[in-house]
Design a protein around this ligand. Structure first.
Ligand SMILES: Cc1ncc(COP(=O)(O)O)c(C=O)c1O
Length: 348
């Protein structure tokens, strides 16, 4: 059987031949001892892209967020973030377990909030209350449609947060997609934050790796917690070479994934019983399934039988993600197969 059309996530991509060749050529050292030249080159490159003094290469986006949180917060502190954010849903309670922090969830459409929400959540200093310490913004926002924060909103929200004494962190796992959608440079977003995490292993197609960028002192703390959390690696230049290759070759093409996602969204919106949960803004398509067709998990199971992989993201919602390893033709084919899976259910 052919390999399935895998739309579960942009993390499923396999390294291209060019990327594997770059990895094989990589000059390496021992990064825990600080002398892997390829890791050093990647850290300098990403720090420069983000307009920050320094960067620390880490194994995953979750470790990037959690080391950034630990570097800036103490037990008893409170983090302000949207209630649908990755740090709340998918990092196994990391802020509580690793940093002893509470998270104050905000609400707002498309995973976004505004100045008033931050003003309402930030606490006055008091011996009774947790100390409001860190504001986290996720861009693009995964669970709410892969939505993009407009730069103007980021600027006004983070300016107010800073005036209230908060530090600011950008969960920029998909900042590259936000920039592809808005035409902004990463540093335009990054300059509003004390720390920025970004991933090479999502839309950029590297097999592993993320980075945390910020000022030298904060990044030194991130590197210390990376070691504590078990994420310091030895000849990781092999992996950093894949990330450098991705920065050279896979940033410009993100707009193709966005075009494919729009194409998929338009096709799925025409299927009776399905509707778009969000307007398609980047590489993600969220579809609402009418209950008469069964649950989102049922539909995904039927789809799997037809050779299309997607993930349920709520009882009646499915997420499809476009990436480097799916072509426009495969997207069209996937849409036909979704229509077939849903049609079969409607007539069952
Ligand atoms: C917004 C966001 N942040 C962080 C992460 C964590 O990345 P990782 O899976 O590499 O830990 C993800 C993963 O999909 C994500 O979507």
């Amino acid at each position: 059987m052919n390999r399935p059309i895998d739309l579960r996530s942009d993390t499923v991509t396999r390294p291209t031949r060019g990327m594997l060749e770059a990895m094989a050529r990589a000059e390496v050292g021992d990064d825990v001892l600080g002398d892997d030249p390829t890791v050093i080159r990647l850290q300098e490159r990403v720090a420069e892209l983000m307009g920050k003094e320094a960067a620390c290469y880490v194994p995953s986006g979750s470790m990037a967020n959690q080391t950034a949180i630990r570097a800036q917060c103490e037990p008893g502190d409170e983090i302000i973030a949207h209630g649908e954010s990755h740090i709340i849903h998918y990092e196994t309670g990391g802020p509580a377990a690793l940093s002893g922090c509470m998270v104050r969830p905000l609400s707002g459409e498309r995973g976004q909030f505004d100045v008033r929400d931050v003003e309402g959540a930030a606490r006055n200093a008091s011996i009774h209350a947790p100390a409001s310490r860190l504001l986290v913004i996720e861009n693009t926002q995964n669970r709410c449609g892969g939505s993009v924060w407009a730069l103007e909103r980021v600027e006004r929200v983070t300016a107010r947060a800073r005036a209230l004494g908060l530090r600011t962190h950008l969960d920029g796992a998909r900042i590259w997609n936000a920039c592809a959608a808005t035409g902004r440079a990463p540093r335009e977003y990054a300059r509003n934050f004390d720390t920025v995490s970004c991933c090479f292993s999502k839309g950029l197609g590297a097999p592993v790796g993320s980075a945390v960028c910020g000022d030298r002192a904060t990044v030194a703390r991130v590197a210390r917690f990376r070691k504590m959390f078990g994420g310091a690696m030895r000849q990781s230049g092999l992996l950093a070479a894949a990330a450098l290759h991705a920065l050279d070759h896979h940033v410009e093409r993100l707009k193709d994934d966005h075009a494919n996602a729009r194409r998929l969204g338009a096709a799925l919106a025409r299927v009776p019983g399905l509707s778009l949960a969000y307007e398609v803004e980047t590489n993600m398509v969220f579809v609402e399934v009418e209950p008469r067709l069964g649950s989102a998990a049922d539909v995904c199971q039927r789809l799997k039988g037809l050779g299309v992989l997607a993930l349920p993201n709520a009882p009646t919602r499915i997420r499809f993600v476009c990436h480097l390893d799916v072509s426009a033709e495969q997207v069209d084919r996937a849409a036909e197969l979704v229509a077939e899976a849903v049609g079969a259910a409607a007539h069952a």
